[in-house]
Design a protein. Structure first.
Ligand code: ATP
Ligand code: ATP
Ligand code: MG
Ligand code: MG
Lengths: 312, 270, 255, 270, 255
């Protein structure tokens, strides 16, 4: 039974689970004929799941995702990218101008402007959490596009931002911005991205969904083993980089792409296990900010019947 | 063709074969169509055969309006958008009219700049957003600039077209009475180009409203465009539609305002 | 086929345009309508052709149109009304196509009417290539193609320059001489009226009423330049109209 | 006014006071302006007084072009964009022309739909992106729909304006010869409206090109719009400009193609 | 101030329009130019007014313009050329403003010329409210306001209907009778030419050459309807032009 499914993805290393599972035939073993569908941003991908154009995808939890879940369109069924103390995770960045003016650590964020794509995005959540932890107030600038945020940060028009390491490190390397902290210091086990699907798949297509999660889990395992635990040594890393390079930075030569891919390494949850505590915290924060309906419960968002859950 | 009339025949009236081909607009019917469409969607969303994912319930959209109104948020969003619209469109339109007149009057300017304008026209303004951040900052500057840029090109094209269309015989008349170049431009070319410039402005302002959303992608906290974008990001269809309806009303208001100006300024047209 | 106007009155909205017009158009004769600007001449012609309906009164057709008549009441317009995207032939064939006349039959008719209007060499020309006089001759050829019972001509020469007008008047007289046609001919030009009209109806200023109907018996072919009889008729018409024409010209148009 | 001529005076030639007010375009000058602008930016970026953040070096943009060409990526991006443009614009324009003609011909349709079109006009299409995904899917459907929607409204407005402007005396002529309604529409109204429809199409197609970027925000991997968006996201100015230049060229090509069609179809205009 | 045309020839691109035209326009007389369509009458008038320059030959001014003349060579155009956004008064004051004439002085001039053209009551009307005849009278008033040495009139009556033309011709004769002016009057209309012209220059078909210059000595005021002398002159002119006019009318316009 070769069942055709469409998996949504962004060209980020954090989607490596799907890439590995496809390249190494784990999906095929599960009887799934997977077509990868690439997006420019997470939000349309969530909508595409709701519309039925895409079956499974991985993305950060955002207000839009919760909203779609509330409309009965989608369910979160597993976890993917996580912060983990000790592993390079998302970086808090300061613009050069702000850095020179004294913004050298997250403690000085009070009164600063913080970039985000839009209200209810993960950037908004992280920025708020950091500010709350430091007991300061920041203003948030919605700039819609990552490109616009980078431009604004480089030219000193916003003071701070937070972003995944493979974007943060080259930026910091150019001297235009500075790393002033790690998200893992504030949200140590932050469930950054999750696996989700349409409510219909979650409820009615249990076999297919199980198959997908199993194959995805194997991909994640291979990725973690190769890139974080370095089980295969240098050769293992190189093989994995080669594989990922087919999907990420494909228009750049291997030598140029490799450091970016390696820089982007972060832990993906083994077996797509889901940190329910982090998800709950995020949902409560969205509700507290008035971004989503206050009556939404965790059950509306999550279908925990597929993967192991944990609270951390 | 001349033939004797059959004598016994009774006279018949000439058959009517004119009329038609002169449709008239009718405000009433438009309102009825809107009401029907809204009622239809309301029914569909209530009955469930229009899914909540596809369209919001009109009554909920109305609810959002009421809320926006009561909380005062409506004006908090409307005020900055209007000021961006006014400033941006004023900058774009005044530069556009000026350049359009220069192109209309001077061969050298025309030769040099018409191709540039033609090349700029099909550039999508959203593509340039990242650049606008660097060039004009993320504050009001870039919003004004984006709207100004968007209104500029159509205004230029409309204006120089209008100048080209000024009746040449009026200009020859001016010359034949020995009017100075300045008088001809101020008293003949400009008033003669006014109808074309105003109808160009109608399009430019519609474009300015459309660009409001793009402009408010850049670090706007308040504004109708920002409101729509946030609603879109949160997939909150009620608020999305409320925002869209506001823009659409804004468009209708602006267009009828230009209609009023035309009536005032162009009363001389027969 | 005769035409009879039976007590026609008309108003556009509040403005009364025509009042109680009765007139007879006998077969084979040219009836001219003259009158100051805006007195309702064109309106009256539209009633006769069935393009508009009067508020009161009737336009009657007496007898049936002759054999082979495709369009009994046929207009020739002041602005020619040629389709600019069709050639001379195309403009003529336009009015035949709807009657199912195509191919050889159409060609024969077109060749005939173009010959009668001396346009044979210009069949492939587009209207933009023609002078005003030629355009009006095409319009006349088109009207002849449908073999009308009555031609309704609304200032057919007034868009032309004086010399062309002169030439075309000769052409019309020639056409009529070869084969008399019935026509209602609206004009401002008294010289035209006395040159072409068997019967000339003078309308008053708006609301148009019939002030006088002048009959001129001299055969068309014999009417020449500086003919004292015609000149007298023209003088008479001009005295009838002069003051009204001036008053009509000095009315402000409210828009 | 009549006065005796001073007898001894020599005859003088009449003073020339005409001319002017008839500017002509000149292709050459446009090319020179472009060349100068490019040379200027090249100089500035090389010399450093134009920062690399502000504008890319033109020679680098050219390099990107060469690379795009050699790698064959140019066509990989161009082909889907062109097909979206063609299909979307064809759908939008044909619906637009049809509806425009109906509005032009029938009072009821006009009364019912003109206000709807007026209300739709100022709605920014990007605001509706999330809805388009639900309504039309993320594949080509939504891209076609977005472009079609964007070209539809201006086409409708241009078309019914063109139908309204068809010389009524030609229509009366048709009626006076007893032509059928069908013949009048096909042989008089449609050809007469063609110039207006084509010049409306010129604007609609420019809008279609602009909307390409918005359309390719929706899950497009290849396409000029997607390329520009990706370049923008990475703040890669060279590639961003390369993409923008392609769109601009596309606009110029489309506009001159319509010029050619006009020359062909509308040769009858004097 | 007299005008002398000195061997004027002109070509537009490859088409020769005028060939070797020499003509004298004496002070206080009306010189008519008649000729078939496209023979270059308007072009010649533009040369006289300095709006265009001939390829060869010169237009000479003999003597200086009279005292108080603001614009020696002043046009009256066929299409009136009124600014539609200015009232009748505004259209007249337009040509005074550039000479610094404003306020009371301007008012006096405007009142005078409006009175002479019987427009006193219409000073506040917009052009769109006026009939064609009134518009042309405004244009004439405007021309009179600058007190011209020579009026250049390009078919000033040809856009009007026949009756209004008749009325306006009377007006022009009246104006001239009260205060003779110098004019070059272009027309197609031979009746106008023999009614208004002291000297009538007949041009041939393109390229325009002077075929004949006819002098009519009868004073303007005495020229009436059906005057046999004028009728003879007209007949003569028409025989000169008839064939050329027909040929000119049947030329295809290449575009
Ligand atoms: N469709 C219409 N609606 C309203 N008023 C009209 C309409 N058609 C004509 N009129 C008015 O009716 C009057 C008579 O018009 P008509 O065109 O019949 O006059 P006419 O005698 O042909 O004038 P002209 O000599 O200028 O052609 C005019 O005052 C005109 O403004
Ligand atoms: N600016 C121009 N460029 C090229 N050709 C021109 C121009 N002006 C006039 N012509 C041509 O020169 C010829 C004479 O034109 P002109 O207008 O002087 O004739 P006219 O005698 O006034 O004709 P009409 O009686 O029709 O007014 C015509 O063939 C015309 O097409
Ligand atoms: Mg009429
Ligand atoms: Mg002329």
């Amino acid at each position: 039974q070769n069942r055709k499914i469409v998996v949504g993805a962004l060209r980020f290393t954090s989607h490596a689970g799907s890439f590995v599972a496809l390249e190494r035939g784990y999906f095929a073993e599960a009887g799934l004929d997977v077509e990868l569908k690439f997006f420019q941003a997470a939000q349309p991908m969530a909508v595409a799941i709701a519309s039925g154009d895409v079956d499974y995808a991985v993305t950060a939890i955002s207000g839009g995702l919760v909203s779609l879940a509330d409309k009965g369109a989608i369910k979160v069924i597993g976890g993917a990218l996580s912060e983990e103390p000790g592993i390079d995770g998302q970086k808090i960045l300061a613009s050069d101008a702000a850095f020179k003016a004294g913004l050298t650590s997250a403690k000085q964020l009070g009164g600063r402007t913080f970039g985000m794509t839009s209200a209810g995005s993960s950037f908004h959540y992280m920025g708020s959490k950091v500010a709350a932890a430091e007991g300061v107030q920041m203003s948030f600038k919605p700039l819609q596009k990552v490109g616009a945020i980078i431009g604004a940060l480089k030219s000193g028009q916003i003071d701070a931002w937070v972003i995944v390491p493979h974007i943060a490190k080259p930026l910091a390397g150019s001297g235009a911005v500075h790393v002033i902290g790690n998200i893992s210091d504030y949200l140590p086990r932050y469930q950054v991205t999750t696996v989700f699907t349409s409510a219909k798949n979650a409820a009615g297509e249990r076999d297919k969904t199980k198959g997908f999660l199993a194959a995805f889990g194997k991909g994640v395992h291979d990725y973690n083993a190769a890139m974080i635990d370095k089980a295969g040594g240098e050769a293992g890393v190189n093989a994995m980089v080669d594989l990922i390079h087919k999907y990420v930075y494909e228009d750049q030569p291997r030598e140029k792409a490799a450091p970016s891919i390696i820089n982007g390494t972060m832990r993906l949850n083994e077996n797509a296990a889901l940190n329910v505590a982090s998800v709950r915290d995020q949902l409560e924060w969205f509700q507290a900010e008035g971004l989503v309906d206050a009556k939404i419960t965790l059950d509306t968002l999550l279908d925990t019947s597929y993967v192991e859950t944990f609270e951390a | 063709m001349s033939e004797a009339t059959a004598p016994g025949q009774a006279p018949v009236e000439v058959r009517f074969r004119g009329g038609g081909f002169a449709p008239k607009a009718n405000r009433w019917a438009g309102a009825v169509v809107f009401a029907l469409a809204i009622a239809f969607v309301e029914w569909g969303t209530r009955a469930g055969w229009i899914s909540a994912l596809t369209l919001p319930r009109p009554s909920d959209v109305l609810g959002v309006f009421v809320e926006l109104w009561q909380s005062g948020l409506l004006f908090k969003h409307l005020a900055p958008s209007l000021s961006r619209l006014v400033v941006g469109a004023a900058i774009g339109a005044s530069f556009g009219v000026t350049l359009g007149i220069l192109i209309g009057l001077f061969s050298h300017v025309r030769a040099a700049l018409v191709p540039v304008v033609a090349a700029i026209f099909p550039i999508p303004k959203i593509a340039l957003l990242p650049l606008f951040v660097i060039w004009f900052g993320i504050d009001e500057g870039s919003k004004y600039a984006l709207i100004a840029f968007g209104t500029f090109t159509p205004t230029v094209v409309a204006t120089y077209g209008a100048v080209d269309n000024v009746d040449r015989s009026l200009i020859r008349m001016g010359q034949s009475f020995g009017l100075s170049w300045r008088s001809i431009v101020l008293k003949i070319v400009l008033p003669g180009a006014m109808p074309g410039i105003l109808s160009g402005l109608r399009i430019s302002l519609a474009i300015a409203i459309i660009l409001l959303v793009a402009a408010e992608m850049l670090g706007a906290e308040y504004g109708i465009g920002a409101y729509i974008l946030e609603a879109g990001a949160l997939y909150d269809l009620e608020r999305l539609f409320a925002g869209v309806v506001i823009l659409s009303l804004l468009g209708v208001v602006v267009s009828s305002a230009i209609g009023q100006i035309e009536k005032r300024l162009l009363g001389w047209r027969s | 086929m005769d035409i009879r106007l039976d007590a026609i009155s008309h108003a556009y909205g509040g403005t009364e345009v025509l009042r109680d017009i009765s007139l007879e158009v006998p077969t084979g004769r040219i009836v001219c309508l003259v009158g100051p600007s805006g007195c309702g001449k064109s309106t009256l012609l539209r009633f006769i052709g069935g393009l508009e309906r009067p508020s009161a009164g009737r336009v009657l057709q007496l007898g049936s149109p002759p054999e082979g008549c495709l369009n009994p009441l046929t207009y020739v317009f002041q602005d020619f009304a040629l389709l600019p995207w069709r050639t001379v032939r195309g403009n003529v064939s336009l009015v035949l196509e709807d009657h199912g006349i195509r191919g050889a039959r159409a060609d024969a008719i077109i060749a005939d009417v173009l010959a009668r209007t001396r346009l044979t060499d210009f069949g492939r020309a587009l209207p933009k290539q023609l002078s005003g006089g030629m355009k009006q001759r095409v319009a006349i050829a088109r009207a002849l193609a449908v073999n009308p019972a009555v031609m309704l001509m609304d200032e057919p020469l007034s868009a032309l320059d004086a010399q062309t007008r002169e030439l075309l008047m000769d052409d019309l007289v020639g056409l009529w001489a070869r084969q008399p046609f019935t026509a209602v001919y609206v004009t401002h030009n008294l010289a035209e009226a006395v040159r072409l009209g068997h019967r000339i109806a003078v309308l008053s200023r708006r609301p148009g009423r019939i002030r006088e109907v002048v009959e001129i018996d001299k055969p068309l072919a014999e009417r020449g330049y500086a003919d004292p009889e015609l000149e007298a008729a023209r003088q008479h018409l001009w005295t009838l109209m002069r003051e009204e024409a001036r008053a009509a010209d000095e009315e402000l148009i409210d828009v």
